[in-house]
Write a protein that binds this ligand. Structure first.
Ligand code: PDD
Length: 285
């Protein structure tokens, strides 16, 4: 929990940061968000995250967030909260709308803009490191989301239910299956190594085009791997050599079993190790 929060232009103590009960994000999940990882007090890939926030805003016809201001706020909060290892969370909503009505408010309504930080305690960092070293497990679940998964909206109920199902089955991630293809995780993008090539679902309306995903694709190509942006058929999970998910917080996370069946030889493979190393090098640069 951070001590200082940015809310609508002001820095306020966490306990005093209050959102009105008729904020449209509370009533309709009418808002967007971003999560940025901070390494050693420095935000990682901040610009692409804020560009995606601006894109999400455009797609939902929300007022454009002030990117320059959000960059300043990010650095200010990191400093005020003494954040070394952690995350910065950004949320923009369509503002307060009373009485409740589905259509946008008629007049100009100020958006609600919230930025807060979370420190990652050493135990959490160590646990993630252990997972990246040993690998984790996944389950598959049917796609139940809407047709605009490319927008990073706070409307996340199918993701929440899928992740909960994974948690209840002792798995790390739930992978959405759409039209016979495993497309992405509940909070991560999915990659498979099939016949030596790296395969990941194309960036389109069906998935969130992850910032970590884009970085890993660039790294993989630099390392000389072939990357194909195409669907991973569900049955390919039984014959792929490696499987992994990426996200801002998970980085490059190997999956060693899905639905109780081992991936490859059930051990973390060389492609994952090379991509983990490249990612780690970038976070240290
Ligand atoms: N989730 N796909 C989905 C559905 C996600 O929610 C996320 C990230 C990703 C990976 O995106 P990125 O590489 O930009 O983090 C893919 C964030 C971390 C979250 O909801 O907390």
């Amino acid at each position: 929990m951070s001590s200082t929060v940015y809310l609508n232009g002001e820095y306020v103590p966490y306990a005093e940061a209050k959102i009105p009960v008729e904020d449209r994000a509370f009533l309709f999940a009418d808002g967007i968000y971003e999560v940025v990882r901070v390494y050693g007090g420095r935000p990682f890939d901040l610009e692409p995250h804020l560009e995606r926030l601006a894109r999400s805003a455009r797609e939902l016809r929300l007022p454009a967030p002030d990117t320059g201001e959000l960059i300043r706020v990010t650095h200010e909060l990191i400093q005020r909260n003494g954040l070394g290892e952690g995350t910065v969370y950004y949320q923009v909503t369509r503002g307060v709308h009373a009485p409740r009505a589905h259509a946008f408010p008629a007049g100009a309504v100020e958006p609600t803009v919230l930025v807060l930080t979370h420190a990652l305690p050493p135990e959490a960092l160590a646990e993630n490191e252990r997972r990246r070293h040993e690998g984790v497990t996944g389950i598959t679940v049917p796609e139940q989301r809407w047709a605009r998964c490319d927008i990073k909206s706070v409307s996340l109920l199918p993701n929440v239910l899928a992740k909960q199902q994974a948690a209840e089955q002792g798995a790390y991630e739930a992978l959405f299956v759409r039209d016979g293809f495993v497309i992405e995780g509940s909070s991560s993008n999915l990659f498979a190594v099939i016949d030596g090539a790296i395969v990941t679902y194309p960036a389109c309306n069906n998935i969130l085009n992850g910032i970590a995903r884009q970085r890993v694709i660039r790294d993989a190509r630099k390392l000389g791997y072939t990357v194909r942006e195409q669907g991973i058929p569900l049955e390919a999970l039984t014959r792929c050599q490696e499987l992994f998910v990426t996200s801002t917080t998970a980085e490059v996370m190997p999956l060693v079993a899905v639905d109780g069946r081992a991936i490859g030889d059930g051990k973390v493979g060389p492609v994952v190790r090379a991509l983990q190393e490249a990612y780690r090098a970038a976070t240290r640069a």
